[in-house]
Write a protein that binds this ligand. Structure first.
Ligand code: ADP
Ligand code: MG
Length: 257
C-alpha cells in the first residue's frame, strides 16, 4: 500500500513564501479534499508536489515509496505513480488523444517493468476502449487532437481519461477558482467516483464546497495562508458548507507565523 506523506512543506515563488508548513498523508484507496479560500496556496501545493520549476522548496519533505519525491524530476514523479490533472491543460495540435495516451503508457511501462517494448496497438486499443466505456465516453473522442478546440468540459474529460489509462497510485486534481462550470465539475466528479477504489489515492483541491455534493471524501483538510490548519472527516466539509471559511479565519488568522 503506497502513501504520499507531506511533512512541513515550505515553498516560495519569486522569493515570496507561499507554503508555510503542515502535514498531510494520502494513502492509496483514500479520497481527500483540500479546501481553502482563494490565494491560500492550494495550487502552489499541487505544482510543488509535481515539481513545477517556478516553485522553490525551502523546507520539508514529501515521501512516496521510500523516496523524497522533491528530489525527483516531474517525469520521474509521474513514473513513480503520481499524477496531476491540470486546471488549464495545453493543446497539442497533430497529436491525437489516443497517441498521446499510448506514448504516456509506454513511457511508464518502460520505466516500471524495464520492458524494451511498449504496449502493442491492439492491446492498447482494447484497453483504451475498456477505459472509455467505463467513463461512458464516445470513442471518437480519442482521435481528436489533444485539447485542440476542446471546451472546458472536454479538457476535463481528457484529463480524467488520462488518469483512467495511467492508473496512478496518487492522483492530484486541482479544480480551483474560476472557469469551472457545473458541467466540468460533474465530469470530474463522475470520473473520480468511477475510478476511485483501493488502488488509487486522490487529493481533490477545490475552493468550492459544492464539489462535495458530488465527491464524498473520507478526509477533508483546510488550508489557510499556506498552512494546512484543520484536518477531519466529511463533517468538516459540512461545517464549511454551512458556515463558510469565516470561523477558520477567526480561529487561525490571529496566530503569528
Ligand atoms: P490558491 O490555489 O489557493 O488560490 P495559489 O497557490 O494559486 O492559491 O496562490 C497562492 C499565492 O501565491 C497567492 O497570494 C498568489 O498571489 C501568489 N502567487 C501565485 N503566483 C505567483 C507568482 N508568480 N509570483 C508571486 N506570487 C504568486
Ligand atoms: Mg488555485
Amino acid at each position: 500500500m503506497s502513501e504520499m506523506i507531506i511533512r512541513g512543506l515550505h515553498a516560495s515563488i519569486s522569493g515570496r513564501e507561499i507554503l508555510k508548513g503542515g502535514n498531510l498523508t494520502v494513502k492509496q484507496g483514500e479520497v481527500h479534499a483540500l479546501m481553502g479560500p482563494n490565494g491560500t496556496g492550494k495550487s502552489t501545493l499541487a505544482y510543488t508536489l509535481m515539481g513545477h520549476p517556478s516553485y522553490q522548496v525551502t523546507n520539508g519533505e514529501v515521501m512516496f515509496k521510500g523516496r523524497n519525491i522533491l528530489e525527483l524530476k516531474p517525469d520521474e514523479r509521474s513514473r513513480l505513480g503520481i499524477f496531476l490533472a491540470f486546471q488549464y491543460p495545453v493543446a497539442i495540435s497533430g497529436v491525437s488523444v489516443a497517441n498521446f495516451l499510448r506514448t504516456a503508457i509506454n513511457s511508464r511501462r518502460k520505466a516500471i517493468e524495464s520492458a524494451d517494448k511498449g504496449v502493442s496497438v491492439p492491446e492498447f486499443r482494447k484497453m483504451l476502449k475498456e477505459r472509455m466505456d467505463l467513463l461512458k465516453m464516445d470513442y471518437s473522442f480519442a482521435s481528436r487532437y489533444l485539447n485542440e478546440g476542446f471546451s472546458g468540459g472536454e479538457k476535463k474529460r481528457a484529463e480524467i481519461l488520462q488518469m483512467a489509462v495511467l492508473k496512478p497510485e496518487i492522483a492530484i486534481l486541482d479544480e480551483t477558482d474560476s472557469g469551472l462550470d457545473i458541467d466540468a465539475l460533474r465530469i470530474v466528479s463522475d470520473g473520480v467516483n468511477t475510478l476511485r477504489g483501493p488502488e488509487m489515492g486522490v487529493l481533490v483541491i477545490t475552493h468550492y464546497q459544492r464539489i462535495l455534493n458530488y465527491i464524498k471524501p473520507e478526509h477533508v483538510h483546510i488550508m489557510l495562508d499556506g498552512r494546512i490548519v484543520e484536518s477531519g472527516d466529511a463533517e468538516l466539509a459540512m461545517n464549511l458548507e454551512e458556515h463558510g471559511y469565516e470561523w477558520v479565519r477567526e480561529k487561525y488568522e490571529s496566530v503569528p507565523a
